[in-house]
Write a protein that binds this ligand. Structure first.
Ligand SMILES: [Mg+2]
Length: 257
């Protein structure tokens, strides 16, 4: 039996400003169950408190201790390594990093900076990394869906700096196995009894499987027809998160179809 469910947020619980039909009830049902619940997101345009508030407005009741975000993981990493990061991040999460020493930077953090991405700033990030500063990525997603359109996420920009500087990025957030394992460790269950539910075939499903978890792809959010053919690993497929929760709560864990 599965002993924990990890939920991706965007595209699984909501798209744009609307909850996906059945998602509020499905999450509440999962939270009432015996399973450990975690919400795992690379969302890097909102602080943790803002995310919890946004979800509350949509009807989701998420306790702070169940939320694991990539920006917080990245921040934790530079703190543990006592580094001073140059933060190329979204304007809205700048406050979440304001307590870090960012003078004379010796590390680079790149997230989904949106309008903050420009040649001058990317070039500065390149120069720091070329000189040896570690490159930390907040997630490495290729794109995300907003207002019915796909938009560039942090991944392509991280890859650009990686390519130019020949550095190896440290990815905090999905699909990093270390990120998944850190969160599994907070549940007290083993990796192979965790089901990760997501709409990103690479970041959510393949990333989770590579970390030893099971994956379930939902056909909402950024899902595009044919995504299920893009990876070789075995995983579950569900129409929506409600169907995925049902699967997790009722199915004896076995090899996915
Ligand atoms: Mg998603």
């Amino acid at each position: 039996m599965y002993q924990a469910i990890f939920f991706d947020l965007s595209g699984v619980l909501y798209t744009g400003n609307a909850a996906i039909p059945g998602a509020v009830e499905a999450v509440a049902q999962a939270q009432r169950s015996r399973l450990a619940i975690r919400f795992v997101t690379n969302t890097s345009r909102r602080t943790s408190n803002q995310i919890i508030g946004d979800l509350k407005n949509l009807g989701f009741d998420i306790p702070p201790e169940q939320l694991y975000t990539a920006p917080i993981a990245a921040k934790q990493w530079v703190k543990e390594h006592q580094l001073r990061p140059y933060c190329l991040i979204h304007q809205s999460i700048v406050p979440e990093f304001s307590d870090l020493d960012q003078q004379n930077p010796n590390a680079v953090i790149i997230g989904d900076a949106e309008e903050n991405f420009c040649y001058k700033k990317l070039n500065y990030a390149f120069q720091l990394c070329k000189a040896g500063a570690p490159l930390i990525g907040i997630g490495c997603n290729r794109y995300f869906k907003l207002d019915d359109q796909l938009h560039l996420d942090a991944g392509p920009f991280i890859k650009a700096i990686e390519y130019a500087s020949s550095s190896t990025p440290i990815i905090m957030g999905k699909p990093s196995a270390d990120f998944f394992k850190q969160i599994v460790a907070t549940t007290g269950v083993s990796e192979n009894s965790v089901l990760m539910i997501g709409d990103d075939i690479f970041g959510d499903v393949q990333g989770a499987i590579k970390a030893g978890l099971s994956g379930c792809l939902v056909k909402t959010g950024k899902y595009l027809k044919g995504d299920e053919l893009l990876i070789q690993e075995k995983f579950h497929i569900a129409g929506t998160v409600a169907e995925a929760v049902n699967l997790a709560l009722n199915q004896v864990r076995e090899e996915p179809d």
